[in-house]
Design a protein around this ligand. Structure first.
Ligand code: 13P
Ligand code: SF4
Length: 312
């Protein structure tokens, strides 16, 4: 079956939109109505006027789309597409943790479950985290969850001392500075660009640090011809498309391959996307009270991001 053709037909018939993260396989990125990072996707979801949102990403992203569109049908091609970072912050443990910091503002990275969002004052993404933290007074006590690498990076560049939840992304946390130093030694003219979910040792070597969209924009604007990319493989599709004359090398996650794939993102396939659109499932369902509570910190993030000129 020609899944691409069928998806295009069903999308029109059902007035659906397809939102895809940069870590999706190329054929999904190519068919999507919008491809972006977590911030761009949250923004697109907030202004979607389709009847159905097919979210080609992971569960917390589709949940965010549902929270912003409770009356719309939101489907995820594979319900098993979770996230190690979101899983590293179980709601019961986080609730107990927050009891120790009752006078703290809670800033949560969007890579967390809806339940964690209900316990948060504001959500952030890697595309706005530094600016949102900086928008709070310097002496504001803050708990930052769930990514300790991103939290430590923000503490480092803002001089803050946020309390960090001990969570990581298994894809970024595994990238080793040794592998990068080796790659650099063979390619001294290459710039290292890294996602802030990487460890501090990796970020210390980076020429540029940013969200997936920021990394893509950096490669477009830079005069450099070679880049060592410390994030998930999926972004290379757009980097190669927008800068076909440049060379991109992914930091491998182990010795056996030149890849660094998120196993959750890569569960989605064109066939599963077609089936989700056709069968209108698996759909994301959340209790009404969770939607109401989780929506507030997400909207706060979007409003503040507009005020700060980070999004339009
Ligand atoms: P961004 O989309 O904010 O760059 O985050 C990357 C990521 O790990 C998404 O799961
Ligand atoms: Fe989660 Fe990491 Fe995969 Fe992003 S790349 S979905 S943070 S496990």
């Amino acid at each position: 079956m020609d899944f691409k053709k069928q998806i295009i037909k069903l999308r029109a018939e059902k007035n659906a939109i397809i939102l895809a993260h940069y870590y999706q396989v190329p054929e999904i990125q190519d068919i999507a109505d919008f491809v972006g990072d977590s911030l761009g996707l949250a923004q697109q979801a907030s202004k979607a006027n389709a009847d159905m949102i097919v979210f080609a990403g992971v569960h917390f992203m589709a949940e965010t789309a549902k929270i912003l569109n409770p009356d719309k049908l939101v489907v995820l091609p594979d319900l098993e597409a979770g996230c190690s970072l979101a899983d590293s912050c179980p709601p019961d443990r986080f609730r107990d943790f927050l009891k120790l910091y009752s006078d703290h503002t809670v800033i949560s990275y969007i890579n967390c479950s809806a339940a964690i969002k209900t316990m948060s004052d504001i959500i952030c993404t890697s595309g706005n985290a530094v600016q949102l933290v900086e928008s709070f007074p310097k002496d504001q006590k803050i708990v930052f969850a769930p990514d300790k690498n991103l939290g430590a990076y923000i503490n480092n560049i803002t001089g803050r001392n946020m309390v960090l939840w001990d969570g990581t992304c298994e894809v970024h946390d595994i990238l080793s500075s040794e592998a990068i130093i080796k790659l650099k030694s063979y390619n001294p003219d290459a710039l290292l660009i890294a996602h802030p979910e990487c460890k501090a040792q990796v970020l210390a070597l980076a020429d540029f640090i940013g969200s997936t969209t920021a990394l893509l924009n950096f490669t477009k604007a830079s005069n450099a011809k070679k880049f060592i990319v410390a994030t998930e493989t999926g972004i290379l599709h757009q980097m190669k498309r927008t800068s076909p004359d440049k060379i991109f090398m992914i930091v491998p996650s182990d010795e056996t391959c030149n890849c660094n794939d998120c196993p959750y993102m890569k569960l989605n396939t064109l066939e599963k996307l077609y089936l989700a659109l056709k069968n209108e499932k698996p759909s994301i369902e959340l209790p009404q009270d969770v939607i109401l509570k989780a929506k507030k910190p997400i909207l706060k993030m979007l409003e503040l991001s507009v005020q700060l000129g980070l999004i339009k």
